[in-house]
Design a protein around this ligand. Sequence first.
Ligand SMILES: [Zn+2]
Length: 460
Amino acid sequence: MRCQITLKPYMTGETVERMDVTYQLQGYTPKAGEEVCRAQINTVSIPGCMPENMQAEDAMGALEMTVSESKPYPYHYVHYTASRDVRGDVTIRYSVTPRPLGPEDRCGPYFDLKAEQGGANTAGLSVLVSVEGCEGEISLKWDLSGMPEGCCGVCSLGEGDVRYQGPLGELRSSYFAFGRVQSLTEGDFGFYWLAEPSFDVKAIADYARKLFGMLSKFFRDDRTNYRIFMRKDPYNHSGGTALTRSYMFGWNDAERVTVEDKQNLLAHEMVHNWPHLNDHPYGTSSWYSEGTAEYYCVMFPCRMGLVSKEATLKEIQRRTDDYYTNPTRHMENIAAAQICWQDRRAQRLPYGRGFFFLANTDVKIREATGGKMGIDDVVLAIQDKDRAGVTLGNQVFLDTVKELSGLDVTADWELMRTGGHIVPLAGSFDGMYAVKPKEMPEADTGVTVTSYEWTMAEEN
Ligand SMILES: [Zn+2]
């Protein structure tokens, strides 16, 4: 199949008004009653674009489509179904408009099409309809004739027009920015933004590039393409979201932005580029993706000497108190995923339990192998298996721990999965700290619960 997508944004003054999207599809012939395409109008509580003026035509002329909706959690789709057999090449046209945002809106994840001074940015999935089985020669073209002079378009896959062999999904899981895009780039590593930052953006971009080089080496990845997108938030709390070989992070006028303030977020989102397990059903393996992102965003900068042991201790302590005082912490993984976008406290669970489970597993593997192996070896071994094209679920984690150390950690894993109480082990986090129980009030309820206090190991 061949798919050419043309994006034509329109901007008057400094404001993006809309974007026209055109798909030209070759070798795609859905039958009467089959889906032609679908729009993802909500992703984990974040609104995507509802296509406006949706039209399709083929060799026979205009193609009438019926419209229906479905809501498989945590998504909301609009389906466009062919009223007759499709003949020859198909063209699909529609427009999208930026999401209106106010201070009361949710800040993340960053999937929505948002306009800001000088342009707009979005995740592909909110503006690009999906086409069943669309894989082959995919190309993206920017038509900037509706934009003022000096504008450009960029996505995670490259600046300007891009072309690749693969699934359309790769483009849909990319970030996009267009308008007066500013950038700092080196080769195919890029850092992009629109609204004028009130801070030292070069310091942030330099740190991110350095971190990318180090993390790529650790994860044994020699691909150099990676792109980071920055968005200005209209609210007072910003976050970050990772997609394919890229992430977007936000800033606002209320929060301070320095390398120190942002280093943890920059590292977390970047680590997401590597460790993953199959996440079907939804929430099955988020303990692993969020747990590894948390574990390495804390440990890696410390190991590299970018962050001090004292600052790292603070990061661990913050995560400890967050997790052990979270009133939803005894929920099972999938049950938590089912409510996590309504109750954001449950959304934090995979971060905390993944973090402490991985840290404890590291201690156990080190003990079992006389210090020869640790959790890093497990994560890297899983990645090697994944690159071989295997679809891997949670079992591969348990199997890999066993292969490398002889340990069966199934019971520990079950405890983590079902929301049992995980007791952090001495020797975790590279043995830098001592840990002891402490009492704390649970968030929201004030009930006394057990958390843990970390101190520098040499003080004890
Ligand atoms: Zn994450």
